[in-house]
Design a protein around this ligand. Structure first.
Ligand code: PAF
Length: 282
């Protein structure tokens, strides 16, 4: 695996790969099985897998959250190498955001709701860095996890709006044995918090079961999930929302494919998760 830290060195290497199909796997490091599953899926699409590790300061809405985000670059390099990644690009913050940097990419719908609303500037920060990575890497494909579903739709949306020639692939959420969606942030959970964090997916399953058994009113499903989670003292719900899985519009009557999304603090750690209900499966 080749590793590049400087944009110029990376671009030099990239210029020698023009005849190859390239897939990009953008990450913020702390590589876990969720990332490995994206890398393995990525290999099916392209000749060269490029992973980026960059903890993007402009997508954090608090400097405490940014400073405490898990970092394990040396461990990550070994894991990525072992898993057959061809190129790792891990630029520094000044490489990506030099002093005079002043551009941002804003996708209105996604910046205003849920993750965009509760984490001011987050969606814009993601859209800006991903656009920048697309311009630097010029991949044929890029892959993103479904756990960050709003991020996935945000990226699909600006790629279409701005005619960026990258095909977006999605990878399913990978969970541990108890159902907890894998996330770099899970490292920060204490044992007690972890026991409560697994209630999030249990509550989502409960909600989707209720839809399957005939309940079509979103408000009632959301109440059921909220009531369930309220029994767990370490969980502080930020939002529960039911949205159209394709256009992310809020759904009141469930008459189509929807996604149920939750953001909650478990202790001091903010987690997100979601579950899709597809009508054809009943
Ligand atoms: O999902 C992430 O890890 C980040 O939001 C991403 C896509 C790498 C952009 O910083």
């Amino acid at each position: 695996m080749k590793i590049y830290y400087k944009i110029d060195d990376f671009l030099d290497a990239r210029s020698k790969l023009n005849s190859k199909k390239i897939i990009l796997v953008p990450t913020m490091g702390s590589i876990h099985e969720g990332h490995i599953s994206l890398i393995n899926k990525a290999k099916l699409y392209a000749d060269i897998v490029i992973v980026t590790i960059f903890i993007n300061p402009i997508q954090f809405n608090s400097s405490i959250d940014y400073d405490s985000y898990p970092r394990s670059i040396e461990e990550d390099k070994k894991t990525l190498e072992k898993n057959g990644v061809d190129i790792l690009f891990c630029p520094s913050t000044p490489e990506i955001y030099p002093e005079k940097f002043q551009t941002s990419v804003n996708v209105r719908l996604f910046s205003e709701v849920l993750e965009g609303k509760f984490r001011k500037g987050h969606m814009e920060g993601v859209a800006t860095i991903v656009t920048k990575l697309f311009n630097l890497v010029r991949p044929d494909f890029a892959i993103f996890g479904e756990k960050d579903f709003q991020q996935l739709l945000l990226i699909k949306s600006f790629v279409q709006d701005l005619n960026i020639p990258v095909k977006i692939i999605s990878g399913e959420t990978i969970r541990d044995n108890e159902g907890l969606a894998l996330s770099s942030r899970n490292e920060k959970l204490t044992n007690n918090e972890k026991t409560q964090a697994i209630q999030i997916i249990k509550s989502l399953n409960l909600g989707v079961e209720k839809i399957r058994s005939g309940e079509k009113e979103s408000d009632k499903i959301i109440k059921k999930i909220r009531d369930y989670l309220e029994d767990f003292n370490l969980i502080q719900i930020e939002y529960i929302s039911i949205r159209d899985v394709n256009n992310f519009e809020k759904v009141h009557q469930i008459d189509r494919d929807v996604i149920v999304l939750i953001a909650a603090f478990v202790g001091k750690t903010r987690l997100i998760d979601n579950l899709i209900y597809r009508k054809k499966n009943g």
